[in-house]
Structures are given as structure tokens and as C-alpha cells.
Design a protein around this ligand. Sequence first.
Ligand code: NDP
Length: 483
Amino acid sequence: MQTQPTASHFIGGAYVEDTAGTPIDVIYPATGEVIGRVHSATPAIIDQALTSARAAQAEWAAMTGTERGRILRRAADILRARNHELSVLETYDTGKPYQETSVADATSGADALEYFGGLAASLTGEHIPLGEDWVYTRREPLGVCVGIGAWNYPTQIACWKGAPALACGNTMVFKPSETTPLCALKVAEILHEAGAPAGVYNVVQGLGDVGAALVSEPRVDKVSLTGSVPTGRKVYAAAAAEMKHVTMELGGKSPLIIFDDADLENAVSGAIMGNFYSSGQVCSNGTRVFVQSGIKEAFLARLTERLGKAVIGDPQDPETSFGPMVSARQTEIVQGYIAKGQDEGARLVTGGKRVERDGFFLEPTVFADVTDDMTIAREEIFGPVMAVLDFEDEADVMARANDTEFGLAAGVFTRDLTRAHRVAAGFEAGTCFINSYNDAPVEAPFGGVKASGVGRENSKAAIEHYSQVKSVYVRMGDVEAPF
Ligand code: NDP
């Protein structure tokens, strides 16, 4: 497959190159080989993208919601029809197994385009009667939105941000992570092929400085970031200086509580999905697994057995179920955390080493006897490392589960229905799961509380973050002035 993109950027409905920008090598995580090269956006490219997005916005907003929606739904169809191609590319970009990318990435992106394409025509205002007078509201776009993505879901993030933004009549400049520059270009190409006018959805490549330049640009009205908490703090502060709208989808250290009445096999499946899918590089992962003491050893035994069945190998092989980390740097960061876990006295149950093959493979790793104060229980690792903590009773575990700066997600496994809902209500998290983990359907709001974020993606809730309401007061009689 051709992994070298036609050009680095997609602006004004066409691929654009400017080799003056810093070269960024695209590395296949499964081998460490360079499979392509793009160039970071120069100030001229950033200017071109913003000029293009600004120029297209009025025309795009003037179209009816039905017309915009039709284009988004057509893009969803094209994305689905090209699912294989996009999934192979996503696997090259991220190293995630094709087994995952073929069902979770372009598919989820297409769902977002279809869902918000369907909503576009129903974005209406209100009529508010006030005696003889009345107010009507108009739901209006924000203008030009900047999307900045993390590297774990490059196609999905490009669509999760683009679809609601475009449905509301905004245009977008999207900057993918420099680690995974390939997929967003395809999303831009597909939107254009579906009929989005030139400039409606643009992609520029770059390191953090390109993101920072976009965020502080006066021509940008909204910034939507998916990234780490430290980056979120910087972007939020820069956006505040210009009073821009923001959506922040940031990191987490989410709790997953398994009570002793849970269906053990199902709980093990949930813990695997919440820790080892995408080699653990998922923001909402339930990486603090609280297991009630009575079932701890049974849980660990069954988990270890199941992890032994992971097929580690070439991620393009449909049989492979566990792939590499995205980069050498991320592998080193995760290895550092594994060393810390051992130094601080956690019990290494399984894994902990690099897999002996090319690329950035790490074994699925489980620590038991983890205590709340250990580094691996407090910091986001973003790799295949699970921390298992013991607990005795519900009140104790709830206090510990919420004792974190993060609040992205949380999960509970129990057969006790009342307890399940009580626990879900008690979680300080934006996205909760009962007897499941990491489902993210486009129909449901997704996002975090506390340091994990601001705003919501997906669902009707996202519309609030990509549009604003204007009130128009209509007086039927004369104005009564005091003088
Ligand atoms: P980073 O925070 O390092 O980077 C995210 C994006 O921000 C990248 O495109 C990056 O560019 C860019 N960036 C960096 N600095 C700035 C800046 N000052 N101004 C503007 N943009 C900037 O995150 P990672 O890419 O390492 O992704 C992993 C993180 O993302 C984890 O914390 C994870 O939890 C979080 N995440 C959150 C999700 C959510 O929905 N809540 C979903 C997925 C991931 P560059 O690539 O050049 O560094």
C-alpha cells in the first residue's frame, strides 16, 4: 500500500506541499521503518489554511442544514466504502491491529459523519412568547474551528471534531498529531469528494508549535483539543486570552471496580477491553482496577490465562490481536512506569518486558497489590499496564476511586442492580460503564470532568459546543422611554 501521502497538507480542496517546513518522518510502529514523510506547516501554510477556512465559512453556513447534512452523510458512505483502505492506513499510522482498526476507527468516524449529517437539518431556534412581544433564537455557527488531535485514533478524532463542527455551519482546520499524520488527510479528501466546498475542512501537519500558532490566531473562533492534561492546560490558557470557545478531551486514570458478585468472566473481558485494547493507548481506560478481596486471586488467575491468548505480531495480519506502542518515545515512557511499579513495591503478575521483535512492542503487563499512593496508580501511563488494587467495601472503594485529579471515565462490574446505579451516580467521571467498558457510540455524550476535560463530543451535546444561540427580541408596540 502507498503510505507516502500525495502532499503534507490539504487546503482549499486540494493537496498542498511546502517543503520549507520541518520534515516529519512517518514511522510504522510494528517495524520502526520510515514509511513516509510530511513537512510541518510553515507560517505561510497556516495562513493559507485559515484564509481558506475563513473564506469558505459564509458559503458553507448559508447552505441549508439539509444540504450540509447530505454532504456529511455522503462522506460517511464513502468512508465506509473505503473502510479497508482506511483501516490498513490507520494500522500503518498507529500500529494498532487491523483486527481493531477495521471495526473501530473509520467505522466510528463514519458513524459521526452520518449522525451529525442527520442532525444538521434539525438545528433550529426557539420561539419564546412574551405577551404581545416575542423572542426568537437563531442557532448560529461559531466560525472557524481548529481541531487538534492525539495519535491514538487519528481517523476517528478527525471525524469526531469535523462532523459536528461542519454540521453546525463552521469550517475547520485540523492538525493531527505529528506521530500519526496520514489518516486525517484521507478524511479531508473524502469530505471534499462528498461535495464539501473547498476550504470547509483543511488539514495542516505540524508539531506542537503549529498547534500553538493555530490556537493563538485571532481568525480562529473555537479550539477542540484531544490530548494530554498538560497540553490541555496550555491550550485552554492560550484560548482564554482570545476568549475562544473550547472543547478539551484530555487524559484519565479511570477506576474500574469489580465486586465479588460480578460475572467473573465478563469482568475479565471488561478489564481487558479497558486496559489492553489498542495496547492500552486509550484515554478512557480503566487502569485502576479495584477488585474486591474475595475474588482477587481468581480474577488475576483468569486474567493471566486470557492474556496468554493475545496474538502479538504483525498488526496488518487479521489474526493479530495485540500490536505495538505508537512510538519509541511512548515505549520508553511506559517502560519507565513499569520500572517505577517494581521499585515502589507492586507485584508484577505478568508481562513487564519488551517483546523480542522489531518495532515498539511491549508485553501486556499486570501489577497486583498496588496501593493508592504508587505512581502507577496516580499517573496516566497510556500503555498496556494494569494496576490491580484490593478493596473491602463500597464506601471505601468509592472514596478511593474518586481520589484523583482526573474524571474521564469509570466502570463497575456487579450483579446487584441497585448498587450498580448507586456507584455510577457516585463516580466523579463524565463517562461511566455498568458491566461493560469503553463503549463509545456516537449517540452518547463523551467527555470528562475535573482535569479530564471541558465539553462533550458526540451526541446532541456536541452541538452546544460548535454553535451559539442568538436571541432576537421583537416588540410589537412602541418603545416606552423614560424621557
Ligand atoms: P499531547 O497532549 O502530547 O498532544 C496532543 C496534540 O496537541 C498533538 O497534536 C500535539 O502536537 C498538540 N500540541 C502539543 N502542544 C501544543 C500546544 N502548546 N498548543 C497546541 N497544540 C499542541 O497528547 P498525545 O498526542 O501524546 O496523546 C495522548 C494523550 O491524549 C493522553 O493524555 C490521552 O489520554 C489523551 N487523549 C484523550 C482523549 C479524550 O477523548 N479524552 C482521546 C485520546 C487521547 P504534537 O503531536 O506535535 O505534539
